[in-house]
Design a protein around this ligand. Sequence first.
Ligand SMILES: [Zn+2]
Ligand SMILES: [Zn+2]
Length: 371
Amino acid sequence: MKFHPLFIALVSTLALSAQDHSHKSSRAITFPDVPGYKTLKTDLHQHTVFSDGNVWPTIRVMEALRDNLDVISLTEHIEYQPHKEDIPHPDRNRSYHLALQEAKDHDLLIIHGSEITRQAPMGHNNAVFIQDANKLLNENAEDSFAEAQKQGAFIFWNHPAWYAQSPKGTPILSDFQKERIKKGELNGIEVINTGDYAEESLALALENNLTIMGTSDIHGLIDWDYIEKGHDRPITLVFAKEKTAESLKDALFAGRTVAVFNSLLVGKKENLVPLLQACIEVEKAQYINKTSILEVTLKNVSTSDLIFENQMPYTFYSSSPVFTVPAGSTKTINIKTLEKKDGITLKLKALGAYVAPKEQPTIEWGIKIDD
Ligand SMILES: [Zn+2]
Ligand SMILES: [Zn+2]
């Protein structure tokens, strides 16, 4: 069959634009589901020109698609509007609506959010799952929180360790936060914001049963601020029954999250342990020839490098007790079991993962040994 050159040109243009529209990229962030839940990749703290960010909301949607995220929220400072002279917008919901429009043909959830911005001790806080951002614009922070809660919002404390508001770089839980927690008006806390992981914020999360969050708080471009520097953006993995706004909200209130920044994973033990178990698959377990040295190949199905330390009674042959299973790749270790077994329990401490300040979890996998 002979094609007219114009037809060929047309077909290739179509193919190109269809490919463009999928926004597929080589930097897709991937994490496996865990038993009973879907693992949703979320970034619930971002800015655009509708507050102090530098991009139009559509760019945030496209960045999220390139990163393979499931959920985003644009959380403009409703009170701080440095571009107002150029982009006058009486409606503080505008950036949400623009993002929603851009995402409508994609499998990306846009959650309506807003940042409630004050000096210390109130600090910065994000309310997500709101109905109307305009109503959060109040003189008193207390009124903004009460309104957000009335709208059914999940509210979290942003960058509590931010040195501009806390010069020692440690969070200070004031009476304001204590009152909000008591009233159910403060539900989560960022332990990772931009590149900062604050152990003190993790301690506060655990002491006050706040949901553990990690966010990019992006103002510029994800490419410039993270990708070009060799990082993935910080995200929150949320373990939800389904990929719906309702399930996501339930999971956030229930505290089913892990904050991730590159190879650092922070979460409550009950969330982090099943995630790490699912991230590693045993590809092969076989004795080397006539020896009792067990060759085990581990595959990391996530996009975070995972660092482990041997915690078994057995030692390793020709491999360090501390090793990395690279993101999306495999690592083979040789375990001296001293006698041939049908199966063993692989027991490794996850050195890049924290369930409490300075406390890393030990993960176990049952291994059946091939003949
Ligand atoms: Zn902020
Ligand atoms: Zn912010």
